[in-house]
Ligand binder design. Structure first.
Ligand code: FES
Length: 368
């Protein structure tokens, strides 16, 4: 009983710390003394060592996680936790560096594109400075390289290149002995992320062939087509990895299925939304009505329903904050939300939504 009370007090204390501090760095030191160690493992402090400009809208953040962080496999993601205007925000990003860099130098990189209206990505680009500390979860995800060498085709779009950079670096370091082809789709040459790194990889890793395809440098947009797939030798025997906007992923899936590739050969990364157009181009946000609480809140940008509720002082139930556990599920009685994981829009009517991954698009009413 006493232990439970202490734990409850500690959690209240933690809540006050999180809500009252503007600098995420200050979260971590006191936490270790006050709360359940299992909870602490949810976030590892990571210092921002360097910030590199990749393109006009993409930066690479070089992070040094505390040594207790468990590391990762190439192609995996992490959640980062930052405090923006007193509200804890969590977002998922792919690691763009290789596990070898972590093992040798103790650093990892996240390569992040600024999203129009993106609350967290804009904050990271405009506010986060070298020397700051943010929270990092353990890595997760199964967008992993084949256990045995097999021919591989990567199809990437925009910032969907980030987990693929990690995979390519790892394959090169481990002398992955099978043909590897990358078809990388970008709007214009200026949008190529990590162009020097890709060039260097292609120069030193002879199994790798890289083709960069600009979709918007001609009058007509130029998307993935049959000729692109014809140019890949031995396509039917390849493991195919897709990461990019929803439109590219759907098109690639259709073309590959038409050619008889099996589902088991095609790997898509779950956390493609940071590069998917639905979250990037549409007008997000809107008035959210919490019926039970009798509260209406205006929102803008890509804040989730969970973040909107918390910023308004509500305390909805949640667990993972990443769309897995469903503890945050809530009845929506009207309005449209965008699912951050898939980039897909909900219907306008009544249904259950996960607050932690749902972003309102226009007015939304919840039962909560
Ligand atoms: S908190 Fe786990 S799915 Fe939303």
């Amino acid at each position: 009983m006493l232990a439970k009370m202490n734990q409850t007090r500690a959690m209240h204390w933690l809540g006050r710390q999180l809500l009252n501090r503007s600098n995420p760095a200050s979260y971590f030191d006191p936490l270790t003394e006050a709360i359940n160690p299992m909870w602490i493992q949810a976030y590892t402090p990571a210092r921002v060592e360097r910030i590199l400009v990749e393109t006009h809208d993409t930066k690479t953040f070089v992070l040094r996680p505390a040594s207790r962080w468990s590391g990762f496999h190439a192609g995996q993601h992490v959640n980062i936790c930052v405090d923006i205007d007193g509200v804890r925000r969590q977002r998922t990003f792919s690691l763009s560096s290789s596990p070898q860099l972590w093992q040798n130098d103790g650093v990892v990189t996240l390569t992040i594109k600024r999203l129009p209206g993106g609350l967290v990505t804009n904050w990271l680009h405009d506010q986060l400075e070298e020397g700051a500390v943010l929270g990092l979860t353990e890595a997760f995800g199964d967008f992993l390289m084949p256990a045995m060498p097999k021919p591989v085709l990567f199809i990437a779009g925009g910032s969907g290149i980030t987990p693929i950079l990690s995979l390519l670096e790892t394959m090169a370091a481990e002398h992955f002995r099978a043909p590897v082809t990358l078809l990388y789709f970008v709007r214009t040459q200026e949008d190529v992320i990590a162009s020097e790194k890709l060039e260097a990889l292609a120069a030193r890793y002879s199994a790798l062939s890289v083709r960069i395809i600009c979709t918007h440098e001609t009058d007509e947009p130029r998307y993935l087509n049959d000729a692109d797939l014809d140019s890949v030798p031995g396509l039917k025997a390849r493991e195919v990895y897709l990461c990019g906007p929803g439109g590219l992923m759907d098109l690639a899936n259709d073309l590959l299925y038409q050619r008889g590739l099996g589902e088991e050969q095609i790997h898509c990364t779950l956390f493609a939304p940071p590069v998917s157009s639905p979250l990037g181009d549409e007008t997000l946000g809107g008035e959210v009505s919490f019926a039970r609480a009798d509260l209406n809140v205006d929102s803008s940008g890509d804040a989730t329903l969970l973040e909107i509720a918390e910023a308004a002082g509500l305390k909805p139930q949640y667990g993972c904050r990443m769309g897995i556990c469903h503890q945050c599920s809530c009845r929506k009685t009207s309005g449209t939300v965008i699912n951050r994981l898939t980039g897909k829009a909900s219907g306008p009517g009544e249904e259950s939504v996960q607050l932690c991954i749902s972003v309102p698009r226009g007015p939304v009413t919840l039962e909560a």
